[in-house]
Design a protein around this ligand. Structure first.
Ligand SMILES: N[C@@H](CCC(=O)N[C@@H](CS)C(=O)NCC(=O)O)C(=O)O
Length: 223
């Protein structure tokens, strides 16, 4: 980080793909500025006109260093802020972040706009095989054991996004608990969510509201 300016996070005015970055910065007490003014996005993002290799938010600007992709940004902060405990390996961390994206974005995120599609994804075998794979990557209680690393922040943020918006409503209405059988994944989220910085942070609100009623109501419909 430059000695003169705090690190900057460019992202919309809510907690979405920036969540692991905000959580890491809050937890480590690192000064930062959150820039949500879209007119400033063109200072760093090519999507908004910058002559840059960083396409879309979130973007971190740390002095002259500018980086995008929520996964790469997480690794950057992990390295910078020493969230790389013994046993940490850059390549395995990248694998785990990509695995998390495969589960929560490429998988769940592409199945949650239509009730029967959601049910098929959650209960049809794909969810359990993907989640069991994530579970196997975690030593417990955190990815690398007792100390958490940057990847834990990424997983915990993904779980949190879906907990009240999707997992709890599905469980309450249909009894299917998408997190049952994955105690280490649940534990990573619960452990981090119990930390002071996480509990006390109340600035940005989550991106996802509850799953739409019509999607939830159609969960058991024929495909
Ligand atoms: N793979 C990217 C996705 C970035 C992304 O889609 N950002 C969203 C906000 S969450 C956006 O505003 N994208 C603008 C666009 O793609 O045009 C990441 O993980 O950071």
């Amino acid at each position: 980080m430059s000695a003169m300016t705090a690190l900057q996070i460019y992202y919309w005015g809510f907690l979405g793909r920036n969540a692991p970055l905000i959580r890491i910065l809050e937890h480590t007490g690192t000064p930062y500025t959150h820039i949500s003014d879209k007119t400033k996005f063109g200072d760093v993002m090519s999507k908004f006109g910058a002559p840059s290799d960083c396409f879309a938010p979130p973007v971190i600007k740390d002095g002259d260093y500018v980086i995008s992709q929520s996964t790469a940004c997480t690794l950057y902060l992990g390295r910078k802020l020493n969230l790389t405990p013994p046993g940490y390996d850059d390549c395995k961390a990248m694998q785990h972040l990509s695995d998390i994206i495969d589960v929560f974005e490429s998988g769940l995120g592409k199945s949650n706009e239509h009730g029967p599609t959601l049910k098929k994804f959650l209960e049809g075998g794909r969810w359990s095989s993907l989640m069991s794979n994530l579970e196997a990557g975690i030593k417990g209680p955190y990815y690398l054991g007792e100390e958490f690393c940057c990847v834990d922040f990424f997983l915990a943020s993904m779980v949190e996004h879906r907990l009240t918006s999707l997992f709890e409503p599905v469980k309450a209405k249909y009894g299917f608990d998408a997190l049952e059988g994955y105690p280490k994944i649940v534990g990573v989220h619960a452990g981090l969510a119990a930390t002071d910085a996480w509990k006390n942070y109340d600035t940005l609100k989550p991106m996802f509201g509850p799953i739409k009623e019509e999607i939830l109501n159609a969960y058991n419909d024929e495909e």
